[in-house]
Every structure is written in structure tokens, then in C-alpha cells.
Design a protein around this ligand. Structure first.
Ligand SMILES: Nc1ncnc2c1ncn2[C@@H]1O[C@H](COP(=O)(O)OP(=O)(O)OP(=O)(O)O)[C@@H](O)[C@H]1O
Length: 365
């Protein structure tokens, strides 16, 4: 396209001659088609030419001009291309591709240096460091309950050989405290997600307990240092703080505390409950998961608190639930419930039991 643009800006006289030549050639072709006889420029003996020579003819003038123009034309090889270029002018076809007044070469000096260019993207400071050891203890600075001395066990040790994993640690000395950033390659995280067996193969509240013995991931589990990954993500980010904005604490139980939160992505309010202490043992985590599994198995019901999701983070179990505006919290035990409230609660408990029994029967059938 640039070529076309440059050609147009060439000598004006030559351009007009080319146009005339093209016009003459077009007329010649059309006349040739009608009269069948070939149309030669200098032939005067043929009937066609004699009939044309009787009167001053525009065609003849054009032919003469073309003959003169052809003497200046470089070769016939470019003729087709020129026809194409000029036919575009001839038929007033706009050139959509080459924008007007935008000759990219204008004002561009190839010899000039110091032409402003966008900067290269910043590179990560990839300090070569030690491979993570199985007994290493990492501090997660983004952990919600990070106190500076808290031990955070990293993602479960590599399931299928650490040789191919690019787990790099960069140690940065901070006055007073030792801070360790862990960098796990995205591919390694993705691979882990693929190979890591889910903590719950089958919901015990949905299936018979006997089936729990069947563990298709048994072999892989034995290779895992931890049954449940303690830190979700592996990149040091807190899922809780990434996904939710904590508004206030709304409850405190024997084992957990509950927060009113706003989920950033959907803008809805939820209750997120997390265990107050860290669950180091797999058995502890399995026990804590029973609440989640029971909630998930019950499904949605107007009298049962809605369950959305759950995850382990910082060795604590987080449960995202429906936010209830009322609760039978222990803090209210000092207050007396009215008869109506008690009846309402009993009514809800009956509904809950009915729903539970119905869901179990449905599974058995
Ligand atoms: N979904 C919710 N919406 C609003 N408040 C809630 C919700 N879940 C829990 N709470 C509040 O948090 C308090 C503690 O929750 P919960 O009783 O579930 O904790 P827990 O430690 O598991 O209980 P427990 O001490 O009985 O074992 C409740 O009494 C209630 O006031």
C-alpha cells in the first residue's frame, strides 16, 4: 500500500499520460470486441479505421497521445499493475487501507537515535536460592492472623518428586524479624492442583460410610506430607483477604469465630466462619470438615443456613455461609425468649429434621 501511495505522489504529467493511455486501451478493447477486427494504431486501410478517420476523432487523438506516452513508459511488465492502480482512481474507488495524510515514513529519520521507546517489562529479581526442605517453616506475611512468629506450613510437600519443581526461595532480612518470600512457579501450582487429591472424596452424609474405605487416591495420599494443603494458592496470598472485605466480627463460638464480610467479586454479604486454632493434624481437619460436609449435604432450605464454599488457609478451616440476621447466640441466653420466638425455633427445627430425613430417604431409594 505504501507503494501505491508513493506512486500517486509522483510526476503529475506522467500520471495524466498514464490515465489517458489506460482510457484509450479500455476503449480499444471495447471497440475490438464490437468490430471483431483488431484495432491498430497506424493502420488506415481497414474499414474500421477508415470510417473512423473520416471525422476528427477523439479516439485518434487519444491513440496518438498513448503512442507518445508509451515511449516514456518503462516497460509493459508494469502495465497491469498501473492499470490496477489507475483503475482505482478512474472508478473513484476509495483506498480504505492507506489512510490519507498518514505517510508513516514522513518525518521518520532512520539515522536518528534516542527515539523514545516503551520500556521493557521489569524482570523479577530471581535470586538463586536453596531448594525448599521438607522441614522448612515459612512465614506467611499476608496471613490474616500473622503475628510475626506464627508458623505456617507451606503447601503440602511435592507429591510427585520435587526434582522438576521450580520452587525458589528468596530470603530478605528484615530488621527484628526474618521474612521469607516464597515463589512458586505458576506451572508448579497448576500441576499441584491437578495431582492433589481432593480432601473429601465422598461426602459421608451423602453416601454410605462403607464406601469411604474406597479411596482411589490412596497411593497418592501416602506421598503427600499433608492430607490437606494448609495454604491455598502457594503464592502467599490469602484467599480470605483476596476475595472478601471483612466488615466486623458477628459471633464467637467454642471453636470458631464468625465475621460479616463482603465478597468483592459479587458485592454480596456473607458470613465467614473460621476455626480459632490451627488444625495441624489431618484427623483434626477431617473432623472440622464434617460440619462442611453436613452443610453441603443438606442443601438449601429456608430454615438452614446456606452454605457456599470452604477452604483451608493458614491451617484453619474457612466456611463461607449465608449471613443470618438473627441467631440463637449464647450471648442472648441471658435474655428471655418470648413464646412466639420459641415456637418459631421449634418450627424451624421440625422443618430441618423433616428436610434431613427426606434427603436421606431420597438417597437410599
Ligand atoms: N451464618 C451466620 N450468620 C450470622 N451469624 C452467625 C452465622 N454463623 C454463626 N453466627 C454467629 O456466630 C456465633 C458462633 O457461631 P457457631 O456457633 O457456629 O460457632 P462454633 O464455634 O462452631 O459453635 P459452637 O461453639 O456451638 O461449637 C453464633 O452463635 C452466631 O451468633
Amino acid at each position: 500500500m505504501k507503494r501505491k501511495t508513493l506512486k500517486r505522489s509522483g510526476n503529475g504529467k506522467r500520471r495524466s499520460r498514464e490515465m489517458e493511455g489506460t482510457l484509450a486501451r479500455r476503449l480499444q478493447v471495447q471497440l475490438g470486441q464490437i468490430s471483431v477486427a483488431p484495432f491498430h494504431h497506424h493502420q488506415t486501410s481497414s474499414s474500421t479505421s477508415s470510417s473512423l478517420s473520416n471525422a476528427p476523432s477523439l479516439f485518434q487523438k487519444l491513440l496518438e497521445q498513448e503512442a507518445a506516452a508509451e515511449a516514456n513508459l518503462p516497460s509493459d511488465a508494469d502495465a497491469d499493475e498501473k492499470d490496477f492502480i489507475l483503475s482505482q482512481d478512474f472508478f473513484c474507488t476509495p483506498d480504505y487501507i492507506t489512510p490519507d495524510n498518514q505517510n508513516l515514513l514522513n518525518g521518520f529519520d532512520c539515522n536518528k537515535e534516542n527515539i523514545p521507546c516503551p520500556k521493557s517489562p521489569d524482570k523479577l529479581n530471581t535470586v538463586r536460592s536453596k531448594r525448599r526442605r521438607p522441614d522448612s517453616i515459612l512465614v506467611n506475611p499476608l496471613s490474616p492472623s500473622f503475628s510475626g512468629h506464627q508458623q505456617v506450613v507451606e503447601l503440602a510437600n511435592d507429591t510427585f518428586g520435587t526434582d522438576t519443581d521450580e520452587v525458589k526461595l528468596e530470603k530478605a532480612a528484615v530488621p527484628g524479624t526474618q521474612k521469607i518470600h516464597n515463589y512458586v512457579s505458576q506451572s508448579a501450582v497448576a500441576l499441584r492442583c491437578r495431582v492433589m487429591p481432593p480432601p473429601c472424596i465422598k461426602n459421608p452424609y451423602l453416601m454410605g460410610n462403607s464406601e469411604m474405605d474406597l479411596d482411589p487416591f490412596g497411593n497418592q495420599r501416602s506421598k503427600c506430607a499433608g492430607f490437606f494443603p494448609a495454604l491455598i494458592g502457594g503464592d502467599g496470598l490469602s484467599r480470605y483477604h483476596t476475595d472478601f472485605h471483612e466488615i466486623k466480627q458477628i459471633g464467637m463460638g467454642n471453636f470458631s469465630c464468625v465475621f460479616k464480610v463482603l465478597k468483592r467479586i459479587d458485592g454480596c454479604l456473607y458470613a465467614v466462619k473460621h476455626s480459632t486454632r490451627q488444625l495441624h493434624q489431618d484427623a483434626e481437619r477431617r473432623k472440622a470438615l464434617m460440619e462442611v460436609q453436613a452443610l453441603a449435604a443438606l442443601g438449601s432450605h429456608e430454615n438452614i443456613v446456606g452454605y457456599y464454599s470452604s477452604w483451608f488457609e493458614n491451617e484453619q478451616l474457612y466456611i463461607q455461609m449465608e449471613l443470618c440476621d438473627q441467631s440463637l447466640s449464647i450471648s442472648r441466653s441471658s435474655q428471655l425468649f418470648t413464646e412466639g420466638e420459641v415456637l418459631q425455633v421449634l418450627h424451624q427445627v421440625m422443618f430441618f429434621l423433616e428436610h434431613f430425613v427426606y434427603s436421606q430417604l431420597k438417597l437410599l431409594s
